[in-house]
Design a protein around this ligand. Structure first.
Ligand SMILES: NC(=O)CC[C@H](N)C(=O)O
Length: 360
């Protein structure tokens, strides 16, 4: 069935709707993902909440949707745009086709769109609002600036516990990906997942050995009202921040964040670790970046940098046991070569407890 993708800049693209027609149009910020595989993880990563995702790889859906690769309990994207959507998947683990899965959640899958032309629009003019609809002559309501998806819509409401082990990590849930939890559990940690706005005193009562600030949707500045609480927490306990967690760490220490033209979304973003001079291929999904000049006087230093465009990809604190990454060391989708950072996190926790004892 013919449907259209309308962009905020006036461009219109025709496509075939592979899912059942929904009454209402899908609205959202349009972004593109460049990985060849990993669509199931992308769709269910809460950081993509309310975004329309264009997959640049021209054939999406080959291996269907299985039960193991969900990053959360449901898809969060507003819509999906592909060149060729394969509905006759083939994989021994598949339970649904991509179309069936999206249908279940009333999310449109628009195919046979000239995705290269769409991406050129986004690269030149930046991510913008878009609509998928069967309606002709639709105009797109322009965005009011930043991303409006809020972590409150995806964060847990109750504390949940996973794993066993002698190190206890409190994972502050801004919209965490399941593979972050899995990575910590694999390290032999006991993990408590807590709501994003849990207060310092309550966190202290949980007696964590370390804090993990998760990824999540939206503009990090929407959480400005929480920064005082977050600063107290991460100044007290060894902390690792991932993506939104990285941006919030920068803001909490007085740094700034800004929206990028079209962000980084893919599975092969090169990042250099300035400490070791090694380059890693990384998995990424973000629209905002930490503004490097704003870090002056914050005690935070740039530890990781994007090799393509030199943007800040991670931080470390000069004195406190804190490090962050703008990219995703848990991968999924993408290369697992940065998973070592979860070991480093535990090592940092061990070193810190030794240091605390030495000063006691
Ligand atoms: N994956 C994330 O945590 C994304 C962080 C933030 N919402 C951004 O788009 O930059």
């Amino acid at each position: 069935m013919k449907n259209y993708l309308y962009l905020e800049n006036g461009s219109v693209f025709e496509g075939d709707l592979l899912t059942k027609s929904t009454e209402k149009a899908a609205n959202g910020e349009i972004v593109f993902f460049t990985g060849m595989t990993g669509y199931q993880e992308v769709l269910t990563d809460p950081s993509y909440k309310d975004q329309i995702v264009v997959f640049t790889y021209p054939l999406i859906g080959n291996y269907g949707v299985n039960e193991n690769d969900f990053e959360s309990k449901k898809p969060h994207v507003a819509g999906v745009v592909v060149y060729e959507g394969n509905m006759s998947h083939s994989h021994y683990q598949a339970k649904n086709s991509l179309g069936e899965y999206l249908d279940k959640w009333n999310i449109p899958l628009l195919s046979h769109v000239d995705t290269r032309a769409v991406v050129k629009n986004i690269r030149q003019e930046g991510s913008m609002q878009a609509v998928i609809t069967s309606e002709e002559g639709c105009t797109v309501k322009p965005s009011q600036g930043g991303l409006t998806a809020h972590v409150a819509e995806v964060s847990t409401k109750v504390i949940e516990s996973f794993g066993e082990g002698d190190k206890h990590i409190v994972l502050m849930d801004f919209g965490y990906k399941k593979s972050i939890l899995d990575s910590l559990v694999q390290q032999g940690c006991r993990v408590s997942i807590v709501p994003f706005d849990t207060g310092f005193e309550q966190i202290k009562e949980l007696q964590p050995d370390g804090i993990l600030l998760s990824n999540g949707p939206g503009d990090p500045k929407q959480l400005e009202y929480l920064l005082g609480n977050l600063k107290k927490i991460i100044s007290k306990f060894p902390t690792m921040g991932i993506c939104l967690g990285h941006q919030l760490t920068a803001l909490a220490f007085g740094g700034n964040t800004k929206k990028m033209l079209f962000g980084h979304r893919g599975a092969n973003q090169p990042v250099v670790d300035l400490k070791t001079k090694k380059v890693y291929m990384s998995s990424q999904n973000h629209s905002y970046e930490v503004d490097e000049p704003s870090l002056q006087g914050t005690s935070l230093q740039v530890r990781f940098r994007n090799v393509n465009d030199s943007t800040v990809e991670g931080l470390m604190h000069e004195d406190l046991p804190i490090f962050t990454t703008q990219y995703h060391p848990e991968a999924n989708p993408g290369p697992i070569e940065s998973s070592q950072l979860f070991n480093d996190f535990l090592q940092m926790i061990n070193d810190y407890s030794g240091r605390e004892k030495a000063y006691a």
